[in-house]
Design a protein around this ligand. Structure first.
Ligand code: BGC
Length: 382
């Protein structure tokens, strides 16, 4: 019997209490749920009768390929049916993929959204068919129909980037002034706001004190203005063009660029290209450049001195967390979450499981990325 049928039966037989966690109540509410009655009519369905739809945003970024294949592999090993789709960063494509998954009888949808505000209608459809929805990595906004969220601590990602720049430049010791060019992620990605806020809470005081200056003028006056420097779709080429423009317009006279706040690796890749194009070579004069994800090309750039750090999010742990959420949902158990306050999607606070990110520099690549077998030494030319 499929999970959807079990849920319907449970509702009809009055054993719905057992499945109230499926209906996406908050973690507190699930904790209050009385235990299922002995001999209740419904049982957890067999794993092979459960279909999990996995919607990923794009194949163009290394991390999403890993996310998708890790999660698909884990769920299949647990016996579930899966349908994994990538959407070329096209919102309409993702919506029609979700529609197909619903039509195909999916019981659970795991969604890394492209535009976090565009999925309310399709999720209303999913909810009307009793499908449980897990937001993967990115929160889905403006809908009551998202049940759980699993991600890395997005604010902490930005904080690590900000603290790295603070330390490298000696800002806490009063050093400066230094030039800083900040970038932010895609304006339609809820995570990008958290990344920027985490970094800007560290850096803005130094902008205000004059220890950091931004010749391009693109230093937001508050966290809320982050979208003004966002790169739509997280594109490397757009970041490269933006960095090249800023370098040509504001640094051509020979003023040095000391630091770049890049929220992730795809932007950092484009920024590094722009720096190279403007004649910057690895060494003391090369700007401090941040990133996020630990993509292979960026780790190679760190080794080559073209990027200073990345915030690594071990996508294997996120996939494992989501796989265990799926298992808990199917078994009608309480779903484990560790944050029931932070992720307000505009309609509700979505119960969340947050994982910790790790800062990686040239000094700890071996112990973080290689010892954990995220990469082999050979992948990184070590
Ligand atoms: C993810 C990052 C990723 C970015 C671009 C964000 O939502 O959290 O890990 O670099 O999207 O795909």
């Amino acid at each position: 019997m499929s999970l959807r049928k079990v849920k319907t039966l449970a509702a009809l037989t009055g054993a719905a209490l057992l499945f109230s966690s499926l209906a996406a109540c908050s973690a507190e509410r699930t904790e209050e749920t009385p235990p299922a009655e002995e001999g209740a009519e419904s049982e957890a369905p067999a794993a092979e009768d459960v279909l999990v739809g996995i919607a990923m945003p794009t194949r163009s970024l290394e991390r999403w390929n890993k996310d998708g294949s890790n999660l698909e592999g884990l769920l299949q090993d647990m016996g579930y049916q899966t349908n994994l789709q990538y959407a070329d960063n096209e919102v309409d494509q993702q919506i029609s993929q979700l529609q197909n998954m619903i039509n195909e009888g999916a019981d659970i949808l795991v969604i890394a959204s492209i535009d976090g505000t565009a999925l309310a209608p399709i999720l209303a459809d999913a909810k009307s068919q009793d499908i449980t929805v897990i937001a993967y990595d990115r929160l889905i906004n403006e809908t009551p129909d998202v049940d759980y969220y699993a991600t890395f601590d997005n604010y902490m990602v930005g904080q690590m980037q900000g603290e790295f720049l603070e330390e490298q430049l000696g800002l806490a010791d009063g050093a400066g002034p230094f030039t800083l060019e900040p970038f932010a992620g895609s304006p339609d990605d809820n995570n990008a706001k958290f990344f920027f806020s985490g970094a800007w809470d560290v850096l803005l005081p130094y902008v205000e004190s004059g220890q950091l200056t931004t010749p391009s003028g693109k230093a937001p006056k508050s966290n809320e203005e982050w979208q003004s420097i966002g790169i739509q779709g997280w594109g490397s080429e757009d970041a490269q063009d933006e960095m090249t423009n800023r370098l040509n317009s504001f640094y051509a006279a020979g003023a040095p660029l000391d630091a770049v706040l890049s929220p992730n690796d795809s932007l950092a890749l484009g920024i590094a290209q722009a720096l190279e194009g403007a004649g910057y070579t690895p060494g003391d004069e090369y700007p401090v450049l941040t990133g996020q994800d630990g993509d292979q090309a960026n780790v190679l750039n760190i080794i080559a001195g073209k990027q200073s750090m990345t915030v690594w999010k071990d996508t294997r742990t996120l996939a494992a967390q989501v796989a265990s959420m799926v298992e808990q949902i199917v078994n009608g158990e309480d779903v484990e979450v560790n944050d029931t306050e932070t992720y307000d999607n505009g309609v509700k606070v979505v119960p969340t499981f947050l994982l910790p990110p790790v800062a990686v520099t040239a000094d700890n690549i071996q112990e973080t990325l290689v010892d954990s077998e995220f990469y082999s030494a050979e992948d990184l030319g070590l």
